[in-house]
Design a binder for this molecule. Structure first.
Ligand SMILES: NC(=O)c1ccc[n+]([C@@H]2O[C@H](COP(=O)([O-])OP(=O)(O)OC[C@H]3O[C@@H](n4cnc5c(N)ncnc54)[C@H](OP(=O)(O)O)[C@@H]3O)[C@@H](O)[C@H]2O)c1
Length: 214
């Protein structure tokens, strides 16, 4: 068994794997189709990383598909019942890229809730509000990243909180899984800041922080 399975070899996979290795976790890294991509990233990362491709048996109970929403639906369908009993961390921002004016999920739902309808895994929303570029360091302007988490199941929530904390980040459980609706809109807002030429201070390396009074 490994501690964490990360699916994908892109920006978020790199960031999340970096934090997992910093936390001393063993990682199963599954590339989309080309195992060489996982091997190359594993070599760059160091640490305890085993590699493979989507379709390989999952060796962790904590699974983080670092892919876009459509690919996440494919992964859930492909792994089917083998996801039962596992914690599935949904990091997606399901932006409607055809309009760049909203999210491509039904009204009164979220990517997390749509994935939950399709899987026997327990879906936890997390990491959609943290930019990939900030996960390498785990901090922006000297402040550990806030990782906003929405989930229904207590044990699954705790598993993600434990990972986030071990990774040196600040876990904030915002509420039940349906709060993913607000997290996904918040993630989209954060994206819009960096996509806005009028706001040159935002360059895909900012962090959203919720600062308590004391
Ligand atoms: N980038 C950020 O700062 C950020 C922040 C928060 C949340 N997110 C969310 O994180 C997710 C990943 O974003 P990213 O920036 O890391 O994207 P990315 O760099 O484009 O990486 C996407 C990964 O998904 C893989 N993939 C594509 N189709 C797949 C499939 N059908 N099955 C399995 N794997 C597949 C790709 O593999 P191949 O290239 O080999 O096809 C690639 O490794 C998105 O949902 C995004 O909304 C991103």
């Amino acid at each position: 068994m490994t501690d964490i399975t990360i699916i994908g070899t892109g920006n978020m996979a790199r960031g999340l794997a970096t934090r997992a290795i910093a936390a001393g976790k063993s990682v199963q890294l599954l590339a989309h189709e080309d195992k060489a991509k996982a091997e190359t990233l594993a070599t760059e990362l160091g640490g305890q990383v085993s590699t493979g491709v989507v379709g390989d048996e999952l060796t962790s109970n904590l699974v983080i598909p670092a892919v876009y929403f459509d690919a996440a639906k494919d992964i859930v369908a492909r792994y089917g019942d083998s996801l039962a009993g596992k914690v599935y961390v949904d990091i997606t921002n399901p932006v409607d890229f055809s309009t760049f004016d909203g999210l491509a999920v039904p009204a009164h739902s979220s990517a997390a809730e749509e994935l939950q309808k399709a899987t026997a895994a327990t879906v936890v929303k997390a990491f959609n509000t943290t930019f990939a570029a900030t996960l390498g360091e785990g901090a922006v302007a000297g402040q550990a990243l806030d990782v906003l988490i929405a989930a229904d199941d207590e044990a699954a929530t705790q598993a993600v909180v434990n990972f986030v904390t071990a990774a040196g980040l600040n876990a904030i459980v915002v509420g039940p899984q349906r709060r993913a609706r607000q997290l996904e809109q918040t993630g989209f807002l954060h994206i819009l800041l960096s996509a806005n030429d009028q706001l040159p201070a935002f360059q895909w390396n900012s962090a959203l922080a919720v600062v308590p009074a004391a």
